[in-house]
Design a protein around this ligand. Structure first.
Ligand code: ADP
Ligand code: MG
Length: 490
């Protein structure tokens, strides 16, 4: 790292992202063919997707709405008139020999992405910054080529899937910031249910543009575009390597070629692919099959009203209104489902701190255990609220509440039923009274404990467990006994 800093000190890195996000819609951007993932190759196609002669595209309304939602999450201006263009190129992933995209009048213009840079430690909040967006436009995805044993296979299932292309301004200054920006985009769009943005499934893909300039300069240097980045860690490595590569060239008085390079994650380096094509190479022109679209103010306002709170706003609200620490809000807020669950439980029983602790630690662990599948989780916010209320009434300890919660998640039992089955705590046990009795009946152990033999408390605990037929909550028994014994000593 020190080495990296030294070798790149005289230059500042400038990075801009082009992020492609598959929009969550049932059917494709311009046809009725279903959007699918992981099915038999070429099952989810139709004449439009295959570019058969005479097939005409019809715009999918939901794809437009999803793109508008994306823009509204980032505060973009939504265009009142938007239109479609053909980007012409010749490659087997697109049987029409053009891609329907938006060049002149994208759906969304401007906006900002709030990012959080890594803090000094995992549990410390990092600095927040705003990265400007240039635009978000709607386009269609292309088919997928697989090259093996000297031949190539093509699958058009992905072709025609609606994509939002999110283009940032060159506001990022490091690999770290680019990673933070991708994380934010994913978090915001998942919240709005615009896309799950799972990079492993190719639902979010990204090209990065990198240039260097002398420290202190405000002109932009020649940029290189990097492609084939399939994970956030690939994005980080590719940017760091590119900064080093360009630094080496510039220090040797060389010039940077404006080009597109392909990242090779296995070799951890990039190779030149082609000279960067200029816009005119694609011969963009308005698609004559798709008329421009007018977007009404009412529609935009309705979509704006329906959007969820932005994740970082939610985090600030949890800190302000519930007094929760960063260690909890930073776990609750990136996941809409987790935050919603927490809030629903707090509405029923007002102990935000205890509820947040159980949700951010125990509930999250149980969800992880079922592969993140919320539908398999049999716990309702109401059950969680009841459980925390039982702890507050002294019916079971915080530690035992964790075990009860884990059991409830899988059995779907109410807290009282789970406690009874597990033989933990219960509202019918007057623990204080039973502990008093045990102290009175076990004179010797009591005397020994007070005389400094700490282990003597075990005999008293055993007595209490016996009296309650093992149902008392051991940590609570321990705490209650100690409290009574120490009180008696004073
Ligand atoms: P294209 O569509 O040809 O790739 P754009 O002008 O749309 O070109 O820019 C694409 C991306 O490149 C944007 O994210 C932008 O921020 C970024 N970018 C533009 N100039 C530079 C530069 N000099 N250095 C780094 N990134 C840049
Ligand atoms: Mg580009």
């Amino acid at each position: 790292m020190a080495d990296f800093k030294k070798r790149t000190m005289e230059y500042e890195a400038v990075v801009g992202l082009e992020v492609h996000v598959q929009l969550r819609t049932r059917s494709k951007a311009f046809s009725r063919s279903r959007c699918s993932y992981g099915e038999e190759p070429n099952g989810a196609t139709d004449p439009v997707v295959l570019g058969l002669p005479g097939a005409l595209p019809v715009l999918n309304r939901e794809a437009v709405l999803q793109c508008i939602r994306a823009g509204l999450m980032f505060g973009s201006q939504i265009s009142r008139i938007t239109s479609w263009d053909r980007k012409n190129y010749f490659y087997p992933d697109s049987p029409k020999n053009y891609q329907i995209t938006q060049q002149a009048r994208p759906i969304c213009v401007g906006g900002t992405v709030e990012i959080e840079l890594p803090g000094r430690a995992r549990n410390i909040q990092g600095e927040h910054r705003f990265i400007r967006l240039n635009r978000i436009h709607l386009e269609e995805d292309v088919g997928k080529l697989t090259h093996e044993d000297g031949h190539s296979l093509i699958d058009f299932n992905r072709a025609g899937t609606p994509l939002a292309e999110i283009v940032t301004e060159p506001d990022l200054r490091s690999a770290e910031e680019a990673a933070a920006c991708l994380n934010s985009i994913r978090m915001y769009l998942a919240h709005a249910e615009v896309s799950p943005c799972d990079m492993e499934k190719g639902q979010m893909r990204c090209d990065v543009n990198v240039s260097l300039r002398p420290m202190g300069s405000d002109e932009l240097g020649t940029r290189v575009e990097l492609k084939n980045l399939n994970s956030i860690s690939a994005v980080r490595h590719a940017i760091d390597q590119e900064i080093l590569r360009q630094g080496r060239i510039l220090r040797a008085n060389g010039t940077i070629l404006q080009e597109t390079r392909r990242w090779d994650a296995v070799r951890n380096c990039s190779d030149g692919m082609r000279r960067k094509e200029a816009v005119h190479d694609y011969c963009y022109f308005p698609d004559p099959d798709l008329p421009p679209l007018r977007l009404g103010e009412e529609l935009i306002q309705r979509l704006r009203d329906e959007l969820p709170e932005k994740p970082f706003d939610r985090q600030r609200r949890y800190e302000r209104c519930y007094g929760l620490p960063y260690t909890l809000t930073s776990v609750l807020c990136p996941s809409r489902a987790l935050g919603d669950f927490f809030e629903a439980a707090v509405k029923i029983y007002n102990n935000p701190r205890a509820i947040a602790n159980l949700v951010a630690n125990d509930l999250l662990r149980e969800i992880g255990a079922v592969g993140g599948c919320w539908s398999e989780l049999r716990l309702s916010p109401n059950d969680l609220a009841e459980l925390v209320a039982a702890v507050d009434r002294g019916e079971l300890s915080k530690q035992s509440a964790q075990d009860v919660l884990a059991a409830m998640c899988h059995s779907g039992e109410r807290p009282a039923a789970a406690m009874e089955r597990l033989g933990i705590g219960g509202s019918d046990i007057d623990l204080e009274k039973i502990c008093r009795e045990a102290i009175g009946e076990n004179v010797r152990a009591t005397a020994e404990f007070k005389g400094g033999k700490v282990a003597a408390i075990n005999a008293l605990k055993g007595a209490v467990m016996g009296k309650t037929a093992g149902r008392a909550d051991p940590p609570m028994v321990d705490a209650t006994l100690r409290r009574l014994l120490l009180k008696n000593t004073e």
